[in-house]
Design a protein around this ligand. Structure first.
Ligand code: 2HA
Ligand code: ZN
Length: 274
């Protein structure tokens, strides 16, 4: 089986193309990673090259020891992934300690995995534990309306969550646990990875102020769908604010009725005072 023809690779490539079409990936903006199943590793094992050098991750992820990931390449453009996956993507293997990785496929012509590899892997570790292995996709993008809101809304989890919930009824049903917010930080390093993965213990969505959004999901459709939902709600909120602000809205009581009807538990902090 050719690596690029596998289901997981096709899903990865489709998300990259769809995200690019949404205008979320200017230049080399954004990154994507997928934790492969043991069966998927076996499916492509013959095409993998295990002679590459081990390279430091820049974070310690012992629970991900010996796991394999597909990731976008650092400095590579989402817009080029579909037409040249082998040049723009990598499959990496994590070592037995969870502190180094090696490239076993892809990045033909040179390159490294995403500059946000520490954040991706730390988030994968947290979400794998929190979901009993169900979550496999971590996705980072630069959607414009969401970024715009980070210049206007208070950078607080509960406020951000409530504002996004309030502009689209489906939002609290899709992410009842809410949204976490990381203040502006230098991207690409361990500190922002630690801050994000701390929030991912509670949330599946983390805002990077003045930068973009991180989401976690079971599969590509869910991760893309979360990104899409938050960005669409953000667009509505930007329009509402531009029209002079809300004149009526969804109330606390409405949210409580919604939670009962859809059998979800809404984050109390975002619901606010009774
Ligand atoms: O350029 O999005 O956060 C890739 C990024 C860094
Ligand atoms: Zn970014």
């Amino acid at each position: 089986m050719k690596v690029c023809e596998t289901n997981f690779m096709q899903g990865f490539i489709r998300l990259a193309a769809d995200g690019y079409a949404k205008n979320w990936h200017e230049l080399n903006g954004g990154n994507l990673s997928y934790r492969m199943t043991a069966e998927e590793v076996d499916e492509v094992r013959e095409a993998l090259d295990f002679t590459g050098e081990w390279i430091e991750i820049g974070a310690s992820v012992p629970k991900l020891a010996t796991a394999f990931f597909v990731t976008t390449g650092s400095g590579k453009f989402f817009g080029n992934v579909a037409r040249a996956p082998k040049e723009n993507l990598a499959i990496i293997e994590i070592d037995a300690a969870g502190t180094n990785y090696r490239i076993v496929w892809g990045l033909v012509g040179g390159g490294r995995p995403t500059s946000e590899l520490p954040s991706h892997l730390m988030n994968h570790e947290v979400k794998m534990i929190a979901t009993n292995g169900a979550h496999r996709v971590i996705y980072h993008a630069h959607p414009a309306n969401l970024i715009a809101l980070t210049f206007v809304l208070p950078l607080e989890d509960a406020v951000f969550t409530r504002e996004i919930w309030e502009v689209m009824t489906e939002c609290p049903v899709v992410f009842p646990e809410g949204i976490g917010v990381v203040p502006w930080m230098i991207p690409g390093g361990r500190d922002i990875a630690v801050a994000t993965s701390e929030l991912m213990k509670t949330y599946n969505i983390a805002v990077w102020a003045h930068h973009g959004l991180f989401v976690s999901g079971e599969h590509f459709d869910r991760a893309f769908g979360l990104m899409h939902t938050v960005e669409k709600a953000s667009e509505i909120l930007v329009k509402v604010l531009a029209m002079g602000g809300k004149r009526q809205t969804i109330t606390r009581e409405n949210f409580c009725d919604l939670a009962e009807a859809f059998e979800v538990t809404l984050d109390e902090a975002a619901l606010g005072e009774k």
